[in-house]
Design a binder for this molecule. Structure first.
Ligand SMILES: Cc1cc2nc3c(=O)[nH]c(=O)nc-3n(C[C@H](O)[C@H](O)[C@H](O)COP(=O)(O)OP(=O)(O)OC[C@H]3O[C@@H](n4cnc5c(N)ncnc54)[C@H](O)[C@@H]3O)c2cc1C
Ligand code: FES
Length: 344
């Protein structure tokens, strides 16, 4: 296979060739060409896109990206999501058919149309693109901030639509460059670029009951999955259990956002889990729900039945690690039933 648009040619040892356009990274070039290049985060955090540079030169966007260990660096490994080809390149890696994009990622200009407060530190940002918002529920996009010369990954919380509406629920990170810009600088009418869709934690046809676990800002893709799955629950006879792990009662948002979906309170149930209820909450009778770490509450509720579920989860790497261990080590959930995104 070989793409016929002009750009810099990339040859894969024992794989297809493709072209990389403009300032695209090797990973974006491969995915735009429909190639199953292994990846997860697109932002240098996970290390899934490692490859060997056999021939040619690349510009490295983020030299200290944590996706490469000191051992990887010693062996000369590169990250495809951080490598922009400077000329023809030959690369060596093992392709993964599971990473072949169902929808090839595209870059579109996007106008901010609305900003809504979700909690004290989370807002929903709605953008409009000229073309349709094509993605699978659970996927993410890369928001390019031209004023800052950086990009950040955010998961869509809405459903794909022909009108080109993209919604993101973003948690403000103290001193964060991208979230600082989104929260404090960007105004409705401002334009940036949306590049997507990316990610593998998209909703599969529900062949068993569903479990969604969100930690903090991991809420966005799980909302999208729940929104896509809810109308199917009745006809397929499935259930969806939704767990949202937060630090304090003030961080809760999932029940309010899910309440209008079909089957809510019946086939779709949501439980919010607070890890740090303050003494005041308890004294004032303010928080009477589940406390602790979200994966522990999930295990207490579903235990051995976990292996009967298709499981989707998103959140900070530590939460994703804890949930993965619970599912794979303690509860022997088959890997094919597990779909997650780590928010580096
Ligand atoms: C797949 C995925 C989906 C995500 N979805 C969401 C979501 O729906 N909602 C949400 O609130 N957050 C989400 N995040 C997290 C989000 O992308 C940002 O990391 C977060 O908003 C903090 O960004 P910041 O710029 O404010 O913070 P900063 O502290 O300025 O930057 C944090 C992130 O930027 C990257 N970074 C740091 N330095 C560099 C550098 N020199 N070059 C390149 N990259 C650098 C790293 O990935 C780091 O984690 C997601 C992350 C991933 C990987
Ligand atoms: S996809 Fe490149 S480090 Fe995660």
């Amino acid at each position: 296979m070989s793409a016929d648009t002009t750009g810099l040619p990339v040859t894969l040892v024992s794989g297809p060739s493709f072209q990389v356009q403009g300032q695209d990274t090797l990973l974006k070039g491969a995915l735009r060409a429909g190639i199953g290049f292994p990846y997860e985060c697109s932002v240098g955090g996970c290390g899934s896109c490692k490859f060997d540079l056999v021939e040619g030169e690349v510009h490295t966007l983020w030299a200290e990206a944590p996706g490469l260990s000191p051992r990887d660096r010693h062996k000369g490994k590169r990250l495809a999501c951080q490598s922009v080809p400077l000329g023809p390149v030959t690369a060596k890696l093992r392709l993964d058919p599971a990473c072949e994009p169902r929808i090839r990622p595209l870059r579109q200009s996007a106008t901010l149309t609305r900003v809504e407060q979700v909690t004290h530190d989370m807002r929903q940002f709605s953008f409009r693109t000229p073309g349709p918002a094509e993605f699978l529920a659970g996927q993410y996009a890369l928001l390019q901030f031209p004023a800052l010369g950086l990009q950040r990954a955010y998961s869509m919380s809405n459903l794909p639509n022909p009108q080109g509406e993209w919604q993101f629920i973003v948690r403000r990170v103290p001193q964060g460059a991208g979230t600082g810009h989104l929260f404090d600088q960007l105004q409705p009418g401002d334009v940036l670029e949306i590049d997507g869709p990316y990610g593998m934690a998209w909703l599969r046809p529900p062949e068993r009951d569903l479990l969604c676990i969100a930690g903090g800002s991991g809420l966005a893709p799980m909302l999208s999955v729940a929104r896509a799955a809810a109308p199917l629950l009745q006809e397929t006879g499935r259930r969806l259990h939704f767990y949202f792990g937060v630090r304090t009662p003030a961080d809760r948002a999932a029940q309010a956002l899910l309440a209008g979906l079909p089957g809510y309170g019946d086939r779709l149930r949501c439980e919010e889990v607070v890890s740090q209820p303050s003494a005041d909450d308890a004294r004032q009778g303010g928080w009477t729900g589940a406390t602790g770490l979200v994966h522990e509450v999930v295990d207490a509720r579903l235990g051995e039945r976990l292996a009967e579920h298709e499981v989707y989860f998103a959140g900070p790497p530590a939460m994703v690690q804890a949930v993965t261990e619970l599912l794979m080590v303690r509860r022997a959930v088959p890997y094919g039933q597990i779909h997650f995104d780590r928010f580096f």
